[in-house]
Design a protein around this ligand. Structure first.
Ligand code: SAM
Length: 252
């Protein structure tokens, strides 16, 4: 039976014992109705996980004993940073949830020329909810670390950071790209001795990137790539690109 997994603050772990508090304790006790003797997996977001046997499950506290510590296996070797244009809250949550399941390591909301004002103003007010969406998806998908959700960033700064931080930076463009993502990755894998450690992906808003944005990205060294002849929704494109890159780079 799959053991329930919980990311917890490191300070909840004291040597060989773990004490759960708040919503996590409530979920174990009242929702999942776990009992002493049951086992859960606890992660402290360092890339390790602890198998824990529950010792005490009461209204006052939930305490477990660490049976085994092991590396968490759910992390991709390739780090993907997804610079996703602001979207309607529901769509952005979809990107966070599915991107977490797929293995994206960092999400950065970006503000583009055609970003919708309402979507942008939503960004700050939704951060706490979106952290919760990421945590739930990371626990469900057996991630070893929590993907990071950064504060919103202007497009130009995102281009600058995307290239500085990661060897491979792509802007997804349905009509301005000289190469397909497939072609760009084939180039990388045939030229580089070992696969790049990280990729940045910039995805446009529902209205798409402007020509000026595509041009500016190129000035920073961000390569425009296409994902095929069909026009994907803004919340689909980044997920497709992340899947393709991880599939290509993570093959053992
Ligand atoms: N220009 C599109 C249209 O005519 O409907 C609107 C942009 S599309 C809905 C949103 C974003 O998804 C684009 O800015 C681009 O980043 C990405 N995208 C969608 N389809 C793509 C494709 N086939 N190749 C590369 N990127 C794509």
């Amino acid at each position: 039976m799959t053991q329930h997994r919980f990311f917890v603050p490191p300070e909840w772990i004291h040597e060989k014992s773990v004490t759960l508090y708040g919503a996590t304790a409530h979920q174990v006790r009242n929702v999942l109705r776990l009992r002493p003797g049951d086992r859960i997996v606890v992660l402290d977001n360092t890339g390790w996980e602890c198998e824990v046997e529950l010792q005490q499950v009461s209204s006052s506290s939930v305490i477990g004993w660490i049976i085994e510590e092991r590396p968490a296996m759910g992390e991709p070797r390739t780090r993907i940073v997804l610079y996703q244009a602001a979207l309607k809250a529901r769509k952005f949550e979809f990107v966070l949830q599915k991107g977490t399941e797929l293995g994206v390591s960092e999400f950065v909301p970006i503000i583009c020329e055609r970003s919708v004002v309402g979507d942008v103003s939503d960004l700050d007010s939704k951060l706490e909810r979106w952290q919760h969406v990421i945590r739930e998806a990371a626990e469900q998908s057996h991630r070893g670390r929590l993907p990071i959700l950064r504060a919103a960033m202007m497009f130009a700064l995102a281009c600058q950071e995307a290239v500085a931080a990661n060897a491979c930076a792509f802007i997804l463009s349905e009509h301005d790209a000289q190469f397909s993502l497939k072609h760009a990755l084939a180039n990388i894998t045939s030229n580089e001795r070992k696969p790049p450690a990280a990729f940045s992906l910039l995805v446009g808003p529902e209205g798409g990137f402007t020509n000026e944005e595509i041009y500016l990205a190129a000035q920073y060294g961000v390569q425009a790539v296409q994902l095929g002849p069909r026009v994907l929704r803004a919340e689909t494109a980044g997920l497709v690109a992340a899947s393709v890159i991880l599939y290509e780079m993570e093959q053992d």
